[in-house]
Design a protein around this ligand. Structure first.
Ligand code: C2E
Ligand code: CA
Ligand code: CA
Ligand code: CA
Length: 280
């Protein structure tokens, strides 16, 4: 028995122990970051291509780490997911986003929308649905239309009853749904017909290679035409150049998002951007 006990530990090499310890420490850091108010929600404009006006914003989380400075979500979202903390973090992002959406609807545009990202784990969580969100929206005097939820294709591919239920709940609440990173995964257009999706976000990897008569141009055009036929509106991600913007506009794309317009910025800065636009 003593030997078995020793064997059980033998596969924990020091390197694995260090990795596990690091993960534990990072998880604790994440937990105290949430409690200690170290997270920020940044907002990036989503621009109506034809008018050039900001109609929407995507909420993107940042971690203002006391030692490390601004930490990218690409670094901590995976850990937040595997530790389950993503649920509480996501709730906080939603609350912040709704608060700003309420202000921007009041001060700038009555149809302004803020979109929030939902990891598969958040979207599929058991038990708790979106009731809490609805209560919060009601308290702010907001309709569900103020919020868009961004989900990824993978969720729909093996859509369980749970996923279908959640989509219906959102629909009932008037909350719209965007399919994020379109074109990176399985990209079956069949589920666009099957599920009630409002927006399709063309992934940055397509936008990057846009050039007249390129294959990515042809694909983007086809995606936009099909999306429109199915009643979806299209947002192109990662628009960095005027040429990309012009090609997308010519292809009939509805909205663009990317560094050409603005990087994600703190809420106060975004507010100033909207203010400048409203004064124009
Ligand atoms: P995403 O949802 O695909 O978000 C778009 C990412 O592209 C953002 O990275 C944004 O800063 C970046 N981006 C925007 N325009 C451009 C451009 O013109 N060029 C380039 N190169 N990049 C551009 P970010 O903010 O680092 O976020 C990375 C990912 O982290 C997001 O990808 C999303 O999957 C996840 N994420 C961010 N915030 C949240 C959140 O609150 N909850 C969850 N679950 N995930 C989040
Ligand atoms: Ca997104
Ligand atoms: Ca995306
Ligand atoms: Ca992504």
């Amino acid at each position: 028995a003593k030997n078995a006990g020793r064997n059980r530990f033998s596969y924990f090499t020091p390197a694995l122990q260090v990795a596990a310890l690091n993960r534990m420490r990072m998880t604790n850091d994440l937990r105290s970051a949430l409690k200690g108010g170290q997270f920020r929600v940044y907002f990036q404009p989503i621009v109506h291509l034809r008018s050039g006006k900001i109609h929407k914003a995507e909420a993107l989380i940042r971690w203002e780490h006391p030692q490390r400075g601004l930490v990218s979500p690409l670094e901590f979202i995976p850990l937040a997911e595997s530790s389950g903390l993503i649920i509480d973090i996501g709730e906080w992002v939603f609350m912040e986003s709704a608060r700003w959406a309420s202000r921007w609807r009041r001060d700038h545009h009555p149809e302004f929308q803020v979109s929030v990202n939902q990891s598969p784990l958040e979207f599929q969580r058991e038990g708790k649905g979106y009731e809490g969100w609805l209560v919060h929206l009601r308290e702010l005097g907001l309709s569900g239309q103020a919020v868009v939820v961004e989900i990824t294709e993978g969720l729909l591919l093996d859509a369980s009853d749970g996923v279908t239920d959640k989509l219906l709940q959102l629909r009932d609440a008037g909350i719209q749904v965007a399919l994020d990173d379109f074109g990176t995964g399985y990209s079956s257009l069949s589920y666009l017909k099957k599920f009630d999706i409002d927006y399709l976000k063309i992934d940055r990897s397509f936008t990057r290679n846009l050039a007249p008569e390129s294959s990515d141009m042809a694909l983007s055009e086809a995606i936009i035409v099909m999306a429109h036929k199915l009643g979806l509106r299209v947002i192109a991600e990662g628009v960095e150049t005027h040429e990309q913007r012009d090609l997308l506009l010519a292809a009939g794309c509805d909205y663009g998002q990317g560094y050409l317009f603005a990087r994600p910025v703190p809420a106060e800065e975004f507010d100033a951007m909207l203010m400048a636009q409203t004064r124009e």
